[in-house]
Design a binder for this molecule. Structure first.
Ligand SMILES: Cc1cc2nc3c(=O)[nH]c(=O)nc-3n(C[C@H](O)[C@H](O)[C@H](O)COP(=O)(O)OP(=O)(O)OC[C@H]3O[C@@H](n4cnc5c(N)ncnc54)[C@H](O)[C@@H]3O)c2cc1C
Length: 337
């Protein structure tokens, strides 16, 4: 089949690898102009570890393992350590592997078949499923026809909106926001990751390898803003932490102002009764975001992309049966996460 995958995050890259490996002709488009390699280290857990082994990338993933979360400390405003976080409290399977998000993205990107490069700076504009195929118009103006569209374009999925309706029909806001900013001045040999809390807020530094990130969380009811407006996101964040000049808060906020790749999002989940409609199917956060709190977003994305490819391989010519199998096998992982 000719398959369009929208989004080159963990779900989209894994879908591109697995669907390409069973002989499909893959077009993978990513809205950003480059592979999005920011974000904090993420975990590969449970059955996703076995899936990465079958995909042939487990050794590369384990070779890039970090131990960032175990180094967390909770501090007071003057920097005194109040408590440390036992690693055993955050792991939920024996072989948990924490890997920098950028490393995982690069490992998966490199594993794509040579003939299926990511088309960066491209996105679906319109699409029409006529039953026999999906006609797609891209923002570049190009038009093409596909047998299947896989929406792997994240929690704020455009594919979902175009096919299933408004985001708010499926999104459950968990009541707070998260942001990450590059903090190069804090990188170095120090391995501890201090976090300062005050009611409704947490701000800290996360270090791994030669990288340091400023990490911020704050409680808030849902905020309406343009997901593509970086200045608006920065302002929301600066307002949330305004009036605090204790510890290294001013330094982290200054990094926010300067960061061209700030990551900012609501901590939310996506709940959908079904992940497919006609010749469109969703994968990863687009289908079932469990939120970063689950520690399983990447694992779900990787497992789901594998199960989708398995289901398509096992049900040739019968998309309905394949989607039914995919959803039946993936749902228990999602429910647990
Ligand atoms: C830059 C970034 C940083 C992140 N950092 C963290 C973090 O620190 N902690 C955490 O818990 N989770 C983080 N996440 C989310 C985490 O990566 C996912 O929960 C998990 O890996 C599931 O991956 P996914 O591929 O389903 O979604 P995502 O990782 O969100 O990937 C979706 C991809 O689709 C692309 N995309 C979006 N819209 C379109 C479109 N219209 N057309 C084409 N492509 C599109 C996005 O640019 C992105 O590359 C981050 C996501 C991103 C994109």
């Amino acid at each position: 089949m000719r398959i369009l995958v929208s989004g080159a995050g963990m779900a989209g890259l894994a879908a591109g690898i697995n669907l390409g490996a069973i002989g499909h002709d893959i077009t993978l488009v990513e809205r950003a102009g480059h592979l999005r390699v920011n974000g904090s280290p993420i975990d590969i857990r449970g059955d996703a570890i076995e899936v990465t082994r079958k995909m042939g990338v487990l050794d590369q993933i384990q070779g890039r393992k970090v131990t960032m979360t175990e180094m967390t400390q909770f501090i007071s405003a003057d920097g005194t350590v109040l408590a440390e976080l036992p690693g055993s409290e955050v792991s939920d399977s024996e072989d948990d592997t924490e890997i920098p998000r950028e490393e995982l993205a690069r490992v998966l990107h490199a594993a794509l078949a040579p003939g299926a490069p990511v088309v960066f700076g491209e996105s679906i504009k319109h699409m029409h499923d006529d039953g026999d195929g999906v006609e797609v118009t891209f923002i570049s103006g190009k038009q093409d026809r596909f047998d299947l569209v896989v929406g792997a374009d994240g929690m704020h999925s455009l594919t979902r909106r175009l096919t299933f309706g408004p985001e708010q029909d499926y999104l459950k806001h968990l009541g707070f926001y998260v942001a990450l900013t590059d903090l190069p001045a804090a990188a170095g040999t120090e391995r501890k990751n201090p976090f300062l809390n005050w009611p409704g807020h947490m701000i800290g530094i996360a270090r791994y390898n030669d990288t340091a990130l400023g990490v911020m969380n704050f409680r808030s009811a849902w905020i309406d803003y343009d997901y593509h407006d970086l200045d608006a996101q920065k302002q929301i964040l600066l307002d949330a932490f305004a009036g605090h000049d204790e510890w290294r808060v001013p330094e982290i906020l200054d990094a926010v102002r300067k960061d061209p790749e700030l990551y900012f999002d609501s901590v939310s989940q996506i709940h959908m009764p079904s992940w497919h409609h006609g010749r469109v199917v969703l994968a990863g956060d687009a289908a079932h975001c469990a939120s970063g709190l689950s520690g399983r977003g990447a694992s779900l994305a990787i497992t789901g992309a594998w199960l989708l490819a398995e289901a398509l391989r096992g049900n040739p010519g019968d998309l309905e049966a394949a989607f039914h199998e995919y959803e039946t096998r993936q749902r228990p992982y999602v429910a647990r996460a």
